[in-house]
Design a protein around this ligand. Structure first.
Ligand code: FAD
Length: 403
């Protein structure tokens, strides 16, 4: 009997299977994952796991018997190759075919490749999977001169780990400031300063022209202005592209991700998409978010719809990044903020940036200030605001506002 088939056994796929059972769904669930491991969390891969401070077994979402106990058929090491939307069938690389009532694409994203000569040399690495993290860990031990390309979250987390274990670390970023897609200039400047204090040579506004190699092994990163940086390990973190090939093959619309409506359904009501691969309406525009929050909440949203408790997806996005002893937590989307108010102390490395359009709070970026983050989440979830003056007033007590 066909039930729900989920393609992709990552954060979103696992959560959907678990939530369906939690919400009382009694039909068959098949969870198909291309990777060989049981579903696991990715965030530690660039943090505690890479530092050797977290065992691989602790990455798994659940103990191995969870899937059997919950009657979830987990098929690992299997890639879904084609979808027949008319016959409602998915075909795997193994040749097996699975029928479905609901098909959910939770295929995630894949790393963008560095498009320069020499990028295929030995010692040029990317991080997305547990296997990648294992491979980087191994190389880390032998490497001394590490160049990180891209100062987004993953690039900076890698740089934080590498500098902690006393490697020579250079970060090359094409844009003028770090993490610029996601945070305000105040937070970018603070993190740039911290990385430099940790000994990282941070070079912004710099393009990479080529990678030099000797005997097939990477030896230098050549910048567009001709500078050459010695490297025996190059870690590339220049963003991801949504995994859309399966959707395209099935004739499902794609546009920077698999296009879904406010209920996360594609134009085919039997096919939904969640997580990093899904482009969904948020306010006036379509967005793709790459975060645990988004994958988990979208999974729950689709699980509710499948069990007949449909509710549109209207998230307050949040995210975190750990770099050494700094915990960055963000809520809301702060791009385009008209006014930023700092609360706390940048010098003491514990502060938040409250971001406003007009008098309305649109997001909060917190560094080592978990209380502000939680307050911001509660406020934005409740559709409420505080004024810029209140945000900047250290005597203003948040607890009075949210009971
Ligand atoms: P994924 O978890 O990527 O899962 C997709 C799965 O689908 C993959 O296993 C893939 O192999 C599989 N797949 C794809 N195509 C097929 C196919 N045809 N057949 C079968 N299987 C297929 N987010 C945060 O909020 N905070 C963080 O600190 C943070 N740190 C991160 C650190 C790293 C190193 C990485 C890589 C990500 C991090 N993220 C973080 C992002 C977060 O992990 C992702 O947003 C989240 O995993 C997205 O979930 P997903 O289910 O959409 O995709």
């Amino acid at each position: 009997k066909p039930g729900t088939v989920i393609v992709g056994a990552g954060q979103g796929g696992y959560q959907l299977a678990a939530s369906l059972r939690e919400f009382g769904y009694a039909e068959p669930i098949v969870l198909i994952g291309e990777e060989t491991e049981q579903p696991y969390q990715r965030p530690p891969l660039s943090k505690a796991f890479l530092l050797g401070e977290m065992a691989a077994e602790r990455l798994a979402f659940r103990s191995p018997d969870f899937y059997e106990k919950q009657n979830i058929e987990l098929i690992t090491g299997a890639r879904a190759m084609t979808i027949d939307p008319i016959a409602r069938r998915v075909e795997l690389q193994t040749g097996a075919a699975l029928g479905y009532d609901h098909l959910v694409l939770a295929t995630g994203a894949r790393n963008r490749a560095l498009p320069v000569p020499g990028a295929d040399s030995d010692g040029v690495m990317y991080l997305r999977t547990l296997a990648d993290s294992h491979a980087i860990r191994e190389r880390f031990e032998r490497a001394q001169d590490i160049v990180v390309i891209g100062a987004g979250f993953i690039g900076l987390e890698l740089a934080a780990v590498a500098s902690k274990v006393r490697k020579t670390v250079t970060v090359v970023e094409a844009l003028p400031r770090v993490m610029s897609r996601a945070v305000t200039p105040i937070v970018s400047d603070f993190y740039a300063g911290e990385h430099r204090r940790w000994g990282v040579d941070l070079i912004c506004d710099a393009g990479v022209g080529a990678l030099d190699a000797s005997d097939g092994k990477v030896s230098k990163v050549v910048l567009s202005d001709g500078r050459r940086i010695p490297a025996d390990l190059v870690l590339v973190g220049i963003g991801v592209a949504p995994a859309i090939e399966l959707a395209m093959q099935a004739g499902v619309a794609v546009d920077n991700g698999i296009v879904v409506d406010a209920n996360l359904s594609t134009a085919d009501p039997r096919i939904s998409a969640i997580g990093d691969c899904a482009s969904f309406p948020l306010g006036q525009r379509y967005m793709r978010l790459e975060s645990v929050q988004n994958a988990v909440d979208q999974a729950r949203c689709v699980a509710r719809r499948i069990v007949g408790r449909s509710e549109p997806y209207s998230p307050v996005p949040w995210f975190w990044s750990d770099q050494r002893d700094l915990k960055l937590q963000m809520v809301g989307l702060t791009a385009g903020a008209e006014r930023c108010v700092v609360r706390g102390s940048i010098e003491k490395r514990a502060f938040s940036v409250f971001c406003f359009t007009g008098e309305t709070l649109i997001g909060v970026e917190s560094v080592n200030s978990g209380g502000d983050h939680i307050f911001g989440r509660r406020l934005l979830n409740a559709g409420e605001s505080i004024s810029p003056d209140e945000a900047g007033d250290s005597s203003f007590d948040f607890r009075e506002r949210i009971a």
